[in-house]
Write a protein that binds this ligand. Structure first.
Ligand SMILES: [Mn+2]
Length: 335
């Protein structure tokens, strides 16, 4: 049992975070510019407060096309295109740092066991006072992430947003945990109250009526892509923030890359047309990061095997950069 407690040390490949940058990406090439690659540092045991990144190259539970385990590497690689300057805020964060915990190498016998390992690692990272960015991997990992966060922050309450084409509240049938089950597991295990649960980006012809009823009967809130077109993103974000902060202390966002329109995200496990734009998702992330106590984000279901010109991967990296910029901006006056 003692050995099991050392997951963070034994299951993480630190070498993953020492990725090779292209020569022209290295620090010092242009003294007027800092890049995302300059602010990532490998974890060497220090405590937060800060932002911690971890990859979970895991797609054993995927329901669609396999390949999402290649996500973390591709998203990290795509960071090379981003600078540490937020034009819209006129905010430079090149003097900050993000701790890279590497990838969680899972040597699990089953999905359930893999999830236990994930919970344990997320728990440890959060307990060291880091906000967590988790790169998937299939969407099943949101359950163990929330479980780990819930344990780390107990008894504080968490409000949750899932940005997704699908509700992902399937039942676990015959013990089979899939990428379609995470939010039912989260709600049924009372990790998050449905009163504080919002799903955004839900598609027509991509979900079963039974699952809509399940979420609505529990008083969860659902916004389809059409709802955003009809009512405008600003009002949807307002209603979302109201819901996730009502009686809670903390908030969390899960981003399934298939929430994006297929044109921006060909490389996902379960592609669906008529979706969100990158800008809509960036605005949600920014607003929630600035207006609530956002403790983490996961970016899941990038499947590099089906991506074209790294389009989906670069969009995923963009969401990650948005989270980092908005979080640093919120706390800029503090340490
Ligand atoms: Mn999903």
């Amino acid at each position: 049992m003692e050995k099991k407690k050392d997951h963070l040390e034994s299951k993480i490949t630190i070498s993953e975070c020492l990725r090779e940058w292209e020569p022209h990406q290295k620090k010092g090439f242009d003294p007027n510019e800092t890049r995302m690659s300059d602010i990532f540092e490998c974890w060497t045991g220090e405590k937060g407060p800060g932002i911690g990144l971890v990859g979970i190259p895991f797609d054993s539970a995927v329901l669609g096309r396999k390949g999402a385990k290649g996500g973390p590497k591709k998203i990290r690689d795509s960071l090379r295109y981003f600078k540490t300057y937020d034009w819209s805020l006129d905010f430079w964060f090149g003097d900050k740092k993000v701790i890279d915990f590497g990838d969680i190498i899972l040597e699990a016998e089953s999905v359930a066991e893999a999830h236990e390992l994930i919970s344990d690692v997320i728990h440890k990272i959060a307990s060291r006072d880091y906000k967590t960015i988790t790169l998937g991997g299939d969407h099943s990992i949101s359950y163990p992430i929330i479980k780990g966060l819930k344990e780390a922050y107990n008894p504080k309450k968490i409000g949750l947003i899932n940005i997704d084409a699908h509700l992902d509240v399937r039942e676990v049938i015959n013990g089979r945990i899939t990428s379609g089950t995470p939010f039912r597991r989260i709600l049924d295990n009372n990790l998050v109250s449905a009163d504080n649960f919002v799903e955004i980006g839900i598609r027509n012809f991509a979900n079963a009526r039974a699952y809509r009823r399940y979420v609505e009967d529990k008083n969860g809130l659902i916004f389809t892509v059409e709802d955003i077109r009809e009512n405008g993103l600003v009002s949807i974000i307002e209603k979302t923030i109201q819901r996730i902060t009502k009686g809670t202390d903390l908030t969390y966002i899960s981003v399934d890359m298939d929430s994006l329109d297929q044109i921006y995200a060909p490389g996902v496990s379960a592609p669906t047309p008529d979706g969100l734009t990158p800008n809509q998702i960036m605005k949600i992330i920014h607003s929630v990061a600035v207006k609530t106590n956002l403790i983490g984000i996961d970016i899941v279901e990038l499947n590099p095997l089906y991506d074209t010109a790294d389009t989906t991967a670069i969009n995923a990296a963009n969401f990650l950069v948005q989270f980092i910029s908005s979080t640093f901006w919120k706390y800029k006056s503090k340490k």
